[in-house]
Design a protein around this ligand. Structure first.
Ligand code: SF4
Length: 314
């Protein structure tokens, strides 16, 4: 995955944000000692019936609209794909995706993902139009980092159209916008204004965060991020352990440290400000919350999760 960064993020890096620099700038010397697989969750290999769709759990699917994004997060779980045009969906692909969903009435929730579906905003609007024709789809989620990659984009004509569409959808379906945020430095006034604008459409905003070594593996940063979100009416939803993806070895935080941080954070935050801490297990069991340090003798991480922390510690 090539380095790609917006002017806006570059400005924040030049003002001194180490947390943003580590997420978007490639290190001068990058290690070639890879220990992980490219696609440990087996998205394409096991769960993709047609282009763009990942159907792993019965009632919900991921619909990957594109592999492109405004900026490339160096910790991205899909580094194998990001930046290539291969993931762009043609009209036919969008129609076949909609057909697949229609033929599976058990799917009541569709998560638009990518890449960043808000980067290829026109294709996303086409997909949304198709989804609105399918009665069995009750919940639509859109995963994005666009508000913090490029908040000024939301002033453009296409984004104004998207916001209008979200307003219409929110009246008829449950609409969630999942924003990936990793550090309080990302929550500038500009970004918060965009999040408020999205919220005014009637969409709920939730956030997801990934534990990243050197970026947010400290309780103070996460406390500040969660409190800022909470005070702004945004629910910190998930905090993930970083997936074991090839090239992300340098970002992995020791599991013991993450558990300690989440234990400390639980004491500092109000319930609705506290994200659910999960590990997306490569064996297909999904996102499982590990026990925190409040519980003694509940078994080691090894016995609970079938992987040996010692083998993967960097
Ligand atoms: S915006 Fe999302 S999909 Fe795109 S590079 Fe960042 S984490 Fe990956």
């Amino acid at each position: 995955m090539k380095e790609r960064i917006t002017k806006y993020l570059d400005t924040l890096i030049n003002k001194g944000s180490v947390a943003i620099k580590l997420q978007f700038k490639k290190p001068r010397k990058s290690s070639k000692k890879y220990r992980f697989k490219e696609d440990p969750l087996g998205e394409e290999e096991k769960y993709s019936p047609i282009k763009g769709i990942v159907h792993k759990f019965g009632n919900r699917i991921l619909w990957k609209i594109t592999y492109r994004c405004a900026a490339h997060c160096q910790h991205c779980t899909r580094t194998r794909q990001i930046g290539t045009p291969d993931g762009d969906l043609t009209n036919e692909n969008i129609l076949s995706g909609a057909e697949y969903i229609r033929n599976h009435p058990e799917i009541d929730e569709v998560i638009l993902s990518g890449g960043d579906p808000m980067f290829t905003v026109l294709d996303t609007m086409d997909a949304l139009n198709e989804l609105m024709k399918i009665e069995t789809v009750k919940v639509i989620r859109i995963g994005t980092r666009m508000p913090l990659h490029s908040p000024d984009s939301f002033k453009t004509k296409h984004f104004k159209e998207l916001l209008k569409k979200l307003r219409l959808i929110a009246k008829k379906r449950r609409l969630l916008v999942l924003v990936h945020i990793n550090h309080p430095d990302e929550l500038t006034r500009k970004v918060l204004n965009v999040l408020h604008t999205i919220k005014k459409t009637g969409a709920e905003i939730l956030t997801q965060t990934v534990f990243l070594k050197g970026v947010n593996d400290n309780v103070e940063a996460l406390e500040k991020m969660c409190i800022t979100l909470y005070h702004n009416g945004i629910r910190p939803y998930y905090i993930y352990r970083c997936d074991y993806v090839r090239g992300l070895e340098r970002f992995i935080v020791p599991l013991r440290k993450e558990k300690k941080i989440m234990t400390d954070l639980r004491k500092r935050l109000s319930g609705p400000a506290y994200p659910i801490y999960v590990i997306d297990l490569p064996d297909g069991r999904g996102k499982i919350p590990p026990p925190l340090d409040f519980w003694k003798n509940t078994g080691s991480s090894r016995t609970c999760f079938d992987f040996d922390e010692k083998k993967i510690r960097i």
